[in-house]
Design a protein around this ligand. Structure first.
Ligand code: ADP
Ligand code: MG
Length: 331
């Protein structure tokens, strides 16, 4: 964003909104251009509303590819809607940036709209300000009383996870130069970090099947604990059943791989619980939408165990070092 080219100097706030963000909307009654957008509220549905911010230097590295940033900023919000079982509908975009660089805005909006169009999401408003590079998106989706919440897990439920875990953490380590992996693994893991796939279809399909759900943004164990807290239950995980990308197994550093798979953030997979009798239905659902699903443990009653979270296959010392991401962890 250093280049102050001529185009940047001539782009006004409203010029850039019109040029890069004001697209035709058909679902919303009124989109970008007024003091607020207008949307019709679905009569029998619940509106799921979520917001997430990506800050330069905290959530993405300085100089990050703007197209990938546009994708990821929306993807992390769609992942929250997926974790509620909601159908994505609308987004608001609050963008703060040091200069209005046309090439940057062109790429950013292209990355944003490629993902938005894939999920029929309409951009209906936002805010544009000068400041440190930061992207905040608010996403809205439609769900009903079968919304997937964190508080529905019951003792005896299976614990499931989609996809693989630890790939984004390995991608970050590659970018930071703290690991050596083969070139093909490197680009695949960086792609998992920079352009995550929100599990929208899976979340919608799990309505009425999953008893609780969360998306894994901060790491498996930390995010599982959120379900345990809200549901008032405990859990046992099987470390050997946690699906990892092959690149992580090839790392040749078991304790690092374990840390990445159990506590690495940014994978945006869905973690959910369901009664054991739903297992075959869940497996066939995963096959039909093309998302691998693995059963990695079970929910227990708090009264039946001394530990809130037991990880089978690891010693207490090995599981004790696991730390998931917390922006305000006291050091
Ligand atoms: P106000 O000053 O009334 O808050 P603005 O002048 O900030 O409105 O914005 C004008 C219009 O452009 C509004 O409809 C607003 O929602 C929209 N808008 C502003 N910035 C963005 C953005 N980055 N992406 C999408 N819409 C935006
Ligand atoms: Mg404004």
């Amino acid at each position: 964003m250093e280049s102050a080219n001529d185009g940047a100097a001539r782009l006004s706030e409203f010029g850039l909104i019109n040029r890069y963000f004001a697209k035709h909307v058909s679902r919303a009654r009124l989109g970008i251009g007024d003091d607020a957008a207008l949307i019709d509220l679905p009569s029998d549905a619940l509106l799921a509303v979520t917001t997430d911010t990506l800050n330069e230097g905290v959530h993405f590295l300085h100089g990050a590819d703007p197209a990938k940033l546009g994708h990821k900023a929306l993807a992390v919000n769609l992942s929250d809607l997926a974790a509620m079982g909601a159908v994505p509908r609308y987004a608001l975009l609050a963008l703060s940036m040091p200069v209005a660089d046309p090439a940057w805005l062109e790429a950013f909006s292209a990355g944003f709209f490629a993902l938005a169009n894939r999920h029929n999401v309409e951009l209906i408003g936002g805010d544009t300000t000068r400041g440190a590079l930061s992207v905040t998106i608010t996403a809205m989706g439609e769900v009903d009383s079968r919304a997937l919440r964190r508080d529905g897990a019951r003792p005896g439920d299976d614990i499931w996870v989609s996809g693989t875990l630890g790939g984004a953490a390995l991608g970050l380590a590659c970018l930071q130069g703290s690991v050596e992996v083969e070139p093909a693994d490197r680009s695949a893991m960086i792609a998992l970090l920079e352009t995550p796939t929100p599990r929208v279809e899976l979340g919608i399909a799990l309505r009425g099947i999953a008893s609780a759900a969360i998306d894994i943004s901060d790491g498996l164990t930390g995010d599982l604990v959120h379900i345990l807290d809200r549901s008032g239950v405990a859990a046992a995980l099987d470390w050997t059943r946690v699906p990892q990308p092959a690149a992580l197994s090839r790392l040749g550093d078991e304790s690092r791989a374990r840390q990445m798979a159990l506590a690495g953030g940014d994978d945006y997979e869905l973690l959910f619980t369901a009664a054991p009798e739903r297992a075959s239905e869940i497996l066939s659902l995963g096959r039909s939408i093309g998302v691998p699903l693995a059963r990695i443990g079970e929910i227990r009653g708090r009264e039946d165990t001394a530990r809130m979270l037991e990880i089978r296959g690891l010693t207490p010392a090995e599981s004790g070092i696991l730390q998931s991401h917390d922006h305000f962890r006291p050091y």
